[in-house]
Design a protein around this ligand. Structure first.
Ligand SMILES: [Ca+2]
Length: 518
């Protein structure tokens, strides 16, 4: 109870003239003390999926409270239009195309090299307790790893003291939690086997046994059936370790709450990466969230995620650390409706626009692929505002290094700390964006999209991929929906941007591969 009354007294004291000075001192102390940092990373949440950004059919009061109490960025970006590359960039500060990062199967080896600098490693080096709880999807171990033994390398070998994760995604096997490199709850007499090419003899699959599924697959997602849900990839054994899909949000949240409560008692600050699974498929809201939106399961899991954020904030307040904790919230790529299961996301969309007026979506080189929700919140330190500064998740490395006084550097991260804290409206001047190996060049209000071969639309997910017959230039400020290619009217600007793009990206930017949904 004391902890609740205490901030009230401070607010009352701040009504006096010394408020500003106190706040400044308090802020300086906060930086000297090094604030806790929480990076909340959603999965496939669109710019328009938040109430504060215009969502309809789902209420997001806790997301909105962060956006309204902190900075809501209108030009915040993931590096890429899919999970693995974006996460790679956010966690290492390096462009994912340098590493040829693509959507990984659940059996993939660790993509990040143990010798690489990482965001978590930099903060660990700077005296932080570091942890990741939630989705990983950056590969684990080696090619020939055994899921029944300690898995090396795991997130703890690339900067985290502690990790409690799922290996890839909710729709990919193995459907188990992994804590510090070991599968949780595994019975050694029922070992896990994983194969992404062939089923195990005698095992059912979504393709051959659709009558056994409780969620129907639309494309892909027809391998092993687990909890009635057909997945990507085949899994055998490990029954005692298999997660409960509807309890996943509560499960990860419980770990998050425990971590915050425990670590807030220590002298060391903490860096927590909370990688939420929503609203990626399969969308499995806990029963108490079913029907919370008018959008079907996709909206219901957004409501569930919103509740989780409310619980996280409650935990922070109860721990008395809200004024010494920087929160960054974003999404790894833009939205998709039908991403492989029949779950009414298309049918119940109504007038909700997950893209928030932007073109494309997940997988797309058009803006909605990478232009995502991006919020920073730090009570008493960040003044509530909206910012149109160009910022990317990849910039967390250099920006947070500046915040905590680290001299470590990564290859492509830029220091946009003043923008993240709201003391400047300037972010980075340019950014290379990526969608399935194809890249575009954002500079100021403009985006240059080179021509790429490939289908105009992926008909399975019904998203325009941004494969254009000829090079295009768009002014995103005047034309956020990218309806008007203004390249012909601006030949000099096009040449200038193309030159800059090629000098940064390299001449082989046209060597691309096609999207494979598997
Ligand atoms: Ca994603």
């Amino acid at each position: 109870m004391k902890k609740i009354i205490f901030p009230l007294l401070i607010v009352m004291a701040c009504l006096g003239t010394s408020c500003q000075k106190n706040q400044t001192n308090s802020s300086e102390e906060s930086i000297t003390q090094k604030p806790n940092i929480i990076f909340i990373y959603l999965d496939d949440l669109g710019y328009g999926d938040l109430g504060v950004n215009g969502a309809k059919g789902v209420e997001t009061p806790h997301f909105d409270a962060l956006a309204n109490g902190g900075i809501n960025f209108t030009n915040g970006y993931a590096s890429s239009a899919t999970c693995t590359p974006s996460r790679y960039a956010a966690f290492t500060g390096q462009y994912p195309w340098r590493k040829n990062a693509k959507i990984l199967p659940g059996s993939a080896p660790m993509l990040i090299d143990t010798t690489q600098v990482t965001l978590a490693g930099m903060l660990k080096e700077s005296g932080y307790n570091t942890a990741i709880i939630g989705k990983w999807h950056l590969g684990l171990g080696t090619h020939d790893k055994n899921w029944n033994e300690h898995i090396y390398p795991n997130p703890n070998d690339v900067g985290y003291h502690h990790s409690y994760i799922m290996a890839a995604t909710q729709d990919r096997v193995p459907t188990v939690y992994i804590e510090d490199g070991d599968v949780v709850g595994l019975d050694p007499n029922d070992p896990i086997e994983i194969d992404y090419d062939n089923n195990f003899p005698g095992q059912t699959s979504g393709k051959e046994n659709p009558e056994l599924t409780t969620m129907k697959w639309h494309h892909g997602h027809n391998s092993s059936i687990i909890n009635g849900i057909p997945r990507i990839g085949f899994m055998k054994g490990g029954k005692s370790a298999i997660w409960s899909d509807v309890d996943m949000a509560d499960h990860f949240l419980g770990k998050v709450k425990n971590y915050i409560t425990e670590k807030s008692k220590e002298d060391k600050p903490f860096f927590l990466t909370y990688t939420m699974q929503q609203p990626h498929v399969p969308r499995t809201p806990h029963p108490r969230f079913v029907g919370k939106s008018t959008l079907g399961p996709r909206g219901d899991v957004i409501a569930e995620a919103d509740w989780c954020i409310g619980e996280l904030m409650k935990t922070i307040r109860e721990a008395g650390i809200e004024e010494n904790t920087l929160i960054v919230l974003s999404s790894d790529n833009g939205p998709v409706l039908n991403d492989g299961y029949y779950d009414d996301a298309v049918e119940k969309l109504g007038d909700h626009d997950p893209n928030g007026g932007l073109r494309g979506g997940k997988y797309s080189l058009y803006d909605a692929g990478t232009h995502v929700p991006f919020i920073t919140y730090w009570k008493g330190k960040i003044q509530p505002s909206t910012s149109n500064a160009l910022v990317c998740q990849m910039d967390l490395f250099a920006s947070l290094a500046d915040l905590v006084g680290s001299k470590m550097k990564s290859q492509d991260s830029e220091n946009v700390l003043p923008a993240l804290l709201g003391t400047s409206k300037e972010g980075r001047s340019s950014l290379i964006l990526e969608a399935t190996t194809r890249t575009s060049y954002r500079k100021g209000d403009y985006v240059l999209m080179p021509a790429y071969e490939g289908p105009k639309v992926n008909t399975e997910v019904n998203i325009e991929l941004g494969n254009l017959n000829e090079l295009a230039l768009f002014n995103l400020k005047e034309d956020p929906a990218q309806t008007k290619n203004i390249a012909k009217e601006n030949p000099e600007l096009v040449q200038q941007l193309l030159k800059e793009f090629i000098s940064k990206r390299g001449k082989d930017y046209k060597k691309t591969s096609q999207l494979e949904l598997k």
